[in-house]
Design a protein. Structure first.
Length: 176
């Protein structure tokens, strides 16, 4: 019955032999929490950031993609993408809305782009609106659409003091 505590004890010491004589019993003499704490600490410790998910050039995705991590698209995506860092490769095509903290566009996007930092490289082709906090457009990039700066472009909130016309109109219900 007491052999279980001996198995968990890494090195019995003479002082440990007197511990089971307490009126709390052998299980209370050696608390299990200190032994479990190192493994709990390892589980809750910050993990290394996983590498970016890569959608290869021969991959065609129909549907939305959402992650808190990073995505590198080299193929074709027909759908919306939400990520932390999104890199669009030179041969990639996205048809849908893109939302990310950082967006680096080397390829083609047909749709709206929302990002804290948006960068169009010289090979970028964007057909749609860009809503950003900061933007960089290299010479040679092709862009058709509007550019709008917002303090929080990921949530679609306008700059302070401004209200989009579409959001202001439905503020009062019709017929009231």
């Amino acid at each position: 019955m007491f052999s279980k505590s001996k198995i968990n004890d890494p090195s019995p010491k003479p002082a440990d032999s007197s511990a089971p004589k307490t009126d709390k019993g052998p299980d209370m003499a050696k608390p299990a929490a200190p032994q479990a704490a190192p493994s709990e600490f390892k589980a809750s410790a910050p993990k290394a950031k996983p590498p970016a998910s890569v959608l290869s050039s021969d991959l065609h995705v129909s549907g939305n993609l959402k992650t808190t991590g990073d995505i590198q698209v080299e193929g074709t995506v027909e759908g919306d993408i939400r990520a932390h860092l999104l890199t669009i490769g030179e041969g990639a095509t996205i048809k849908g809305e893109v939302i990310a903290d950082d967006v680096v566009i080397n390829g083609r996007i047909v749709g709206r782009v929302r990002g804290l930092k948006v960068r169009l490289t010289s090979t970028a082709r964007v057909e749609g609106d860009i809503i950003h906090k900061t933007i960089a457009i290299e010479s040679g990039a092709h862009f058709e659409g509007s550019v709008q700066r917002q303090d929080d472009p990921l949530n679609g909130k306008p700059k302070s003091g401004q209200a989009p016309a579409a959001a202001a109109a439905p503020a009062t219900p019709a017929g009231h």
